[in-house]
Design a protein around this ligand. Sequence first.
Ligand code: NAP
Length: 253
Amino acid sequence: MTESHQRTAIVTGAARGIGAAVAARLARDGFAVAVVDLDESACAGAVKAIESAGGRALAVGADVSDADQVEAAVARIAGELGPPTVLVNNAGITRDSLLFKMTDADWDAVIAVHLRGSFLMTRAAQKHMTEAKWGRIVNLSSTSALGNRGQVNYSAAKAGLQGFTKTLAIELGKFGVTANAIAPGFIETDMTAATAERLGVSFEDFKKAAAAQIPVARTGTPEDIAATASFFVSDEASFVSGQVVYVAGGPQD
Ligand code: NAP
């Protein structure tokens, strides 16, 4: 793709983990990629990896739950890389604990990053998509949307993102914009490593125990999610919208 015809993708929470893998994959697919994360300097590694593979990327520091920062970030991306017509809402946090111990702050923080953050980013980016009469939105849900002990805040947010995705698909379809959700199972990242630590088990033992419950007998990698995102944002996926794909190594109830 020549630079003038190159599409721009935004991936939030892309300094590491799933977001970094999605950013690298979309750059490989030919997109200019805005690597958005809380701390701009933390995005340097992901941007460097894309550039050294011959891709085009921009590091952008923004808290997705802050409306002013989101508006400024999307405007900067449109100016420096081109109008963003792909958005992957991936930024996420966990603040796990059982309901009776969960604080107001734990609830609010998780809802703010996942739900408010995806809402703010999507509202800011959609105008570029509707103007272009083409767009792709991918939201990161989770198998936890189906319920998970110790994650009442996170599972509510991830289930909420599924409803959010379906409504985006209904409202934006006529503008050539699709919206889909990926619901990963166990993916090897800092997030699952932190869960192992909280439970007092080694990450290796935690992964082994998880793999024993997964039909394909392994835990997932960020690249598994990146491959699914790559499909959803492709031209070929224009008739796939409002879907939730569980990428979890087996069926989910
Ligand atoms: P991760 O390794 O913890 O990375 C998440 C990234 O999001 C971090 O770089 C983090 O920045 C950033 N972030 C957090 N709050 C932000 C905010 N307000 N604004 C901008 N960026 C923010 O997580 P991951 O495992 O890659 O997960 C990525 C997504 O997949 C999340 O939505 C997660 O819920 C979902 N998911 C993961 C799994 C799994 O097994 N790993 C399973 C299902 C769903 P800091 O480093 O500065 O905190």
